[in-house]
Design a protein around this ligand. Structure first.
Ligand SMILES: Nc1ncnc2c1ncn2[C@@H]1O[C@H](COP(=O)(O)OP(=O)(O)O)[C@@H](O)[C@H]1O
Ligand SMILES: [Mg+2]
Length: 368
């Protein structure tokens, strides 16, 4: 397959926040782009996009700005409407990922509903824990909403809007009715799944995926006396987090450790590809320690890909595939992975890149 370098050069316009941009390994990205025949243009959203060169692909991490715009922030609204105008004036530009698809994942209630409605999950031992949305602080009313929707204590209370600020990741474990007083609407409450403090994060690049393990919350049980526990996701679930909330209680320690079932992971990926269709996404899975069923508790737009082997290569392979209209249906060709390798790791069109020895020595998309 031609990699495009010998025909005309195409351009990828990229935008992300300064904070993300400072961490990005630009040198590696530019090198990988060049080897696939792409120019890289760093976009400035404060200047007209028309003046920044012709682009074929618009790659962005606009989640926080879209979330702020949807909540009425005037500056964010202006930026997003300019981007949308620009993209509608240039319909040939491939957007990674389309803003309307990104919007689905900004709202936890919305994406949990898609997961809950998925008919194929139940028979495969996959589920999303029961959940409900609170729009008021009326405890009696909220108890009724929970009962109607089968949500049981303990629950995790999460802000409905999943992006846009640090507070989107401020969580509360609530053990009983009186604890519900701390929930700040709009929020979702979700039944807690005991999972022995192990979180599995799955990172997707098109049809390719990588699974990582992270620390998570210890097991919790409903109780009339326990006060709510506040935590932020970063404190507990980062690779190097050492929260006391992750240390199992002695009576929980005998439980066997479970590893993810890859057939189940692939089923989840297929559903997300079909129902939401983002090229760059990730999701969180915890394994119910009594049933072994896999619970999808979170879906993310353009996650950090910190440990994803050869991220840039896989990303560009995938762009080439989508440019050739083959991204959803793998056609047996592969630009920079050997065909033998690809064939042996493709299972129903999905490829676990973690099984591959890293050939470029570059892991993730960041410097560190
Ligand atoms: N239903 C649940 N049962 C058990 N633990 C959960 C549940 N939902 C979330 N958690 C824990 O809380 C963390 C943060 O929740 P998550 O929905 O992933 O929010 P974020 O958007 O901040 O990543 C998870 O990584 C996991 O450790
Ligand atoms: Mg998460």
């Amino acid at each position: 397959m031609m990699n495009g370098a010998s025909s005309h050069s195409k351009s990828i316009g990229i935008w992300m926040s300064d904070k993300k941009s400072q961490k990005l390994n630009w040198k590696e990205l530019a090198r990988a782009c060049a080897s696939h025949g792409y120019n890289l243009i760093k976009l400035d959203l404060d200047r007209p996009l028309e003046e920044q060169g012709q682009i074929d692909i618009f790659l962005h991490k606009l989640t926080d700005i879209i979330a702020a715009a949807d909540q009425g922030d005037p500056k964010a609204s202006l930026i997003i409407s300019r981007v949308e105008q620009y993209l509608s004036n240039h319909p040939h530009i491939v957007v990674i990922d389309p803003l309307d698809k990104v919007r689905i994942l900004l709202n936890r209630y919305r994406y949990y509903s898609i997961l809950q409605d998925e008919p194929s999950f139940k028979k495969q031992g996959i589920f999303t824990p029961t959940f409900a949305e609170f729009t008021s602080t009326n405890i009696k009313e909220n108890m009724e909403i929970m009962q109607q929707r089968g949500v049981t204590f303990p629950v995790i209370c999460k802000p409905t809007i999943a992006h846009g600020s640090k507070s989107a990741h401020e969580m509360i474990v609530v053990f009983n009715e009186k604890g519900l007083g701390v929930c700040k609407p709009p929020c979702v409450v979700q039944s807690f799944v005991n999972h022995n403090a192990v979180l599995h994060k799955v990172f997707l690049v098109g049809n390719r995926y990588h699974i990582c393990e992270r620390p998570s919350l210890k097991n919790f049980y409903a109780s009339e006396d326990l006060a709510p526990i506040f935590y932020s996701t970063g404190e507990v679930c980062k690779a190097d987090s050492q929260s006391t909330l992750s240390i199992l209680d002695p009576h929980d320690k005998a439980d066997i450790r479970m590893t993810p079932n890859e057939d189940k992971i692939r089923s989840i990926i297929r559903v997300l590809r079909k129902e939401i269709g983002l090229l760059l996404a990730g999701f969180d899975v915890v394994i119910d320690n009594s049933s072994g069923n896999h619970a999808v508790i979170d879906i993310n737009v353009f996650p950090s890909y910190d440990n994803y082997p050869d991220f840039f290569e896989h990303f560009l392979d995938c762009i080439d595939e989508s440019a050739n209209r083959t991204c959803s249906e793998y056609n047996g060709e592969c630009n920079s992975l050997s065909d033998d390798y690809a064939a042996s790791h493709l299972l129903n069109g999905l490829m676990n890149v973690g099984l591959e020895p890293s050939r470029f020595g570059v892991t993730g998309m960041n410097l560190n």
